[in-house]
Design a protein around this ligand. Structure first.
Ligand SMILES: Cc1cc2nc3c(=O)[nH]c(=O)nc-3n(C[C@H](O)[C@H](O)[C@H](O)COP(=O)(O)OP(=O)(O)OC[C@H]3O[C@@H](n4cnc5c(N)ncnc54)[C@H](O)[C@@H]3O)c2cc1C
Length: 390
């Protein structure tokens, strides 16, 4: 069952409560944790903020964060590459979209970490401790206790970015899993101005699959082999075969849950990042939504209010996810229609969850009626059953 979504404040501390190590404890100084800390610093949060992470090294390029540049956030200065056009391919056809007003942008992880640490370095009372593994978070009167490899830490609020999957809530669930190769080709193979978001003209034998290509130059790109499937499995190097002579300079990979399920809420503890459900269920994009979540949490804490739950425009996503899970063979054509039959600005607003009600109507009108209406009815029925109404 899905958890209640509001974050409750911990019970009041008694007079003899042990001292706190921080007002805000952030567990996991990765994308979401650092984004939250920076959002707090930007707003002049006056409390003590302690970030702990099992890792000790942030001088790494372990992620390629891309999103449409739909709004300001503290890491705009770390954008390393912009694409004014994006492409989708399916069944031998291709759709090119001009997204120049809200380009598709790339923030390399190393630059993101540097920007975050630079910002936090000048913020008073913000501390990052690497090499600290958190094994458990326990609500207690007046706050939260963290059991860590460096002993017990106490705080008023804990924000938990440790990777974890919410319990199944009876909704469709897929995993976006991928393996990406940073390649340099001998001959020019790429079109530097166009990011290929989804190229479905690849073997679909193991499940819904597409090629994602971020060209940095005519002979340099990130080529990613991506699956949306119910289970994960090893991904080989087959997609590199048609590149001709090339070298792989480095690799990245990951698994992103595509789900609308959430963890049950515990007093004083708020999940953030992928574990907090920020990844868009129908696409797996998370960076932009984590920035929005960080801003909303920071706004609340600065006001002295509890952190609000992460909210999203979820129903159409839940339906979309259900259709993808039920009929993956039809999914390439669905995505193609989505890109083909919506103006770029509406599509970007939809993918970035800035869609107006009119945009939603437009998106719905662009999709085939029968599978979506059937899935929407299923989802409504499932929700009614959840509340004992069906
Ligand atoms: C290779 C890759 C590329 C991606 N590209 C995109 C993209 O282009 N666009 C997009 O929107 N999303 C993308 N994502 C998805 C998502 O944005 C990232 O996964 C993002 O890093 C999620 O942020 P997070 O804070 O939840 O997790 P992380 O950034 O992974 O941070 C979690 C942190 O918790 C720490 N940690 C874990 N366990 C413990 C513990 N027990 N104690 C203490 N610390 C712990 C980890 O060391 C880590 O630093 C990508 C993901 C991957 C893996």
């Amino acid at each position: 069952m899905r958890g209640r979504e509001e974050t409750r404040a911990p019970a009041r501390a008694s007079a003899a409560a042990p001292p706190r190590d921080a007002d805000v404890l952030v567990v996991g100084a990765g994308m979401a944790g650092l984004s939250l800390a920076v959002a707090l610093a930007e707003r002049g949060f006056g409390g003590r903020v302690l970030l702990v992470d099992a890792r000790e090294d942030w001088d790494v390029d372990d992620r390629t964060w891309c999103s449409f540049a739909v709004g300001p956030h503290p890491f705009v200065g770390a954008v390393a590459h912009r694409w004014a056009r994006v492409r989708v391919r399916e069944g031998g056809r291709e759709r090119l979209l001009d997204v120049g007003r809200t380009p598709y942008v790339h923030v390399p992880a190393r630059d993101f970490y540097r920007a975050a640490f630079a910002r936090l370095g000048s913020a008073k009372r913000f501390v990052v401790r690497g090499g600290v593994r958190v094994d458990g978070l326990v609500p207690e009167p007046g706050g939260v206790r963290a059991e860590t490899s460096a002993g017990v830490l106490r705080a008023r609020w804990a924000f938990d970015a440790r990777p974890a999957l919410p319990p199944p809530g009876g909704t469709p669930r897929l995993f976006q899993h991928f393996r990406g190769f940073f390649v340099r080709t001998e001959a020019p193979r790429f079109e530097p101005g166009v990011a290929t978001l989804m190229d479905f003209d690849v073997d679909q034998g193991r499940g819904l699959r597409f090629r994602y290509v971020l060209p940095f130059a005519a002979d340099r790109a990130l080529v990613e082999d991506t699956y949306f499937t119910e289970t994960t499995f090893p991904i080989g190097e087959a997609l590199l075969e048609d590149l001709g002579a090339h070298v792989v300079e480095r690799e990245e990979g990951g698994v992103i849950p595509m789900t609308v399920d959430r963890f049950p809420v515990r007093p004083g503890i708020r999940r953030i990042g992928l574990a907090g459900g920020v990844a868009k269920p129908s696409t797996g994009y998370a960076f932009e939504f984590a920035q929005r979540d960080a801003a909303q949490i920071a706004d609340a804490l600065v006001r002295g209010a509890p952190p609000p739950p992460f909210r999203r425009q979820a129903f159409l996503d839940e339906v979309f996810l259900g259709v993808l899970a039920r009929d993956p063979a039809e999914a390439p054509a669905l995505f193609y229609r989505l890109f083909d039959r919506n103006p770029p600005a509406r599509l970007v607003r939809f993918l970035s969850e800035r869609a107006t009600p009119l945009d939603h109507l437009g998106v719905m009108a662009s999709l085939p009626k029968r599978p979506f209406i059937a899935e929407a009815l299923r989802r409504v029925h499932a929700r009614a059953a959840l509340f004992g109404l069906a």
